[in-house]
Design a protein around this ligand. Structure first.
Ligand SMILES: Nc1nc2c(ncn2[C@@H]2O[C@H](COP(=O)(O)OP(=O)(O)OP(=O)(O)O)[C@@H](O)[C@H]2O)c(=O)[nH]1
Length: 347
């Protein structure tokens, strides 16, 4: 994907005698543009929220302006829209600009096909919803989600559901050394879901993308968190207002009291990671990245089998509990490096 910053730079034209601020060719044509948040995408139609979190906030349907070319607009994007931005029935606005993205969650079609697709923009954290039983947790799939999140520049929250059926402790121990936060939910005696307040605390004020395999209880959580989620994603197409929401792309749902957003991703079951380089993954492990940069031989893969990988030396330099903690961290990094090249279809 081409970075938007680059695109603007390409279009820069300086105007002698009119100050030093560079201007883009396009900007003057769209001085009336208003800022909007993309909440859903369906076959060329975009549901956007104009002037979000202001008294003038309104839901508008938009199309992409031709000048954006092949640039993809995704859920979570902040965009500028022009045209009929009233939101009145039948009105249609045009998206003319995509703002720089803070984070970009991507996936590759599969591990041998390095075509990247942006799934969601500007999210803060990836919430990996995993059942502790029924279905059994798949750590390879969790690892791959962690890699995708770190590559995106996002935090990770592991939400372990169905704790009424199995003990969460082993998974919590496995993921804590990776810097992954965990939270646990369970069916309670009244057949409701317990642990929601702790989950809400993690989601508060943030933009969170929820991923999870079928049957893990993701819909149960989304419906509990966002009381009208069913209406937003189920019976009515959120973009066109007609029929069912048939697309499998992401949908942003606002948490009550404007306390953040959850982005549900019905179609995302696994992450192809061919685009993730070891460097991009290492960047999420600041302590290990520093060791690697200073001391690893050129071309080191940092795998357990790599000769002279400085990470082994770094573990051996410590003693007692510190050595154990370092070893766990290095093992975790190596597990994620290996997860990058696993078979996405096996997830
Ligand atoms: N025991 C137990 N069952 C749960 C819990 N949460 C959800 N379930 C059940 O697990 C099943 C799957 O839940 P859903 O919320 O539909 O799961 P999903 O991840 O959205 O799955 P899809 O709808 O297939 O995408 C349902 O029968 C839920 O009632 C839990 O905490 N404990």
């Amino acid at each position: 994907m081409r970075a938007i910053g680059r695109l603007d730079e390409d279009a820069v034209r300086t105007r002698p005698g009119r100050g030093s601020r560079p201007r883009t060719k396009r900007r003057p044509a769209h001085e009336d543009a208003v800022r909007a948040l993309v909440t859903a995408v369906d076959r060329g139609r975009y549901a956007v929220l104009v002037a979000p979190d202001t008294p003038g906030e309104r839901a508008v349907t938009a199309v992409k302006a031709r000048e954006l070319g092949r640039e993809r607009v995704v859920c979570g994007d902040l965009v500028d829209v022009v045209g009929d931005t009233s939101g009145a029935t039948g009105s249609l606005a045009r998206i003319v600009r995509i703002a720089d993205r803070r984070t970009v969650l991507r996936r590759t079609a599969d591990d041998t096909d390095p075509v990247e697709r942006v799934i969601v923009a500007n999210a803060d954290q990836l919430v990996i919803v995993t059942a502790l039983a029924d279905p059994e947790p798949r750590t390879r799939m969790i690892d791959r989600c962690v890699v995708a999140a770190y590559d995106a520049g996002m935090d990770v929250l592991l939400c372990l559901t169905k704790a009424d059926l199995a003990d969460p402790a082993p998974l919590v121990a496995l993921y804590t050394p990776l810097g992954v936060q965990t939270t646990v939910t369970a069916r309670d005696d009244a057949a409701g879901i317990g642990g929601l307040d702790r989950l809400r605390h993690h989601l508060s004020g943030r933009v969170s993308v929820l991923v999870g395999h079928s049957g893990v209880g993701k819909s149960t959580l989304v419906n509990a968190l966002v009381p009208d989620a069913d209406r937003a994603t189920g019976r009515v197409n959120v973009v066109t207002g007609r029929g069912r929401h048939t697309s499998s792309s992401a949908v942003a749902l606002r948490l009550p009291e404007q306390d953040g957003w959850v982005i549900d991703t019905p179609g995302v079951r696994s992450f192809g990671l061919a685009h993730v380089t070891p460097e991009r993954l290492l960047a999420a492990f600041e302590d290990l990245a520093a060791v690697v940069e200073e001391r690893c031989p050129r071309g080191c893969t940092h795998a357990a089998t790599a000769p002279d990988c400085a990470l082994d030396e770094w573990v051996a330099e410590a003693a007692g509990a510190e050595a154990e903690a370092r070893a766990r961290r290095v093992d975790s990094l190596r597990r994620l490096l290996a997860a990058r090249t696993g078979d996405a279809r096996a997830d």
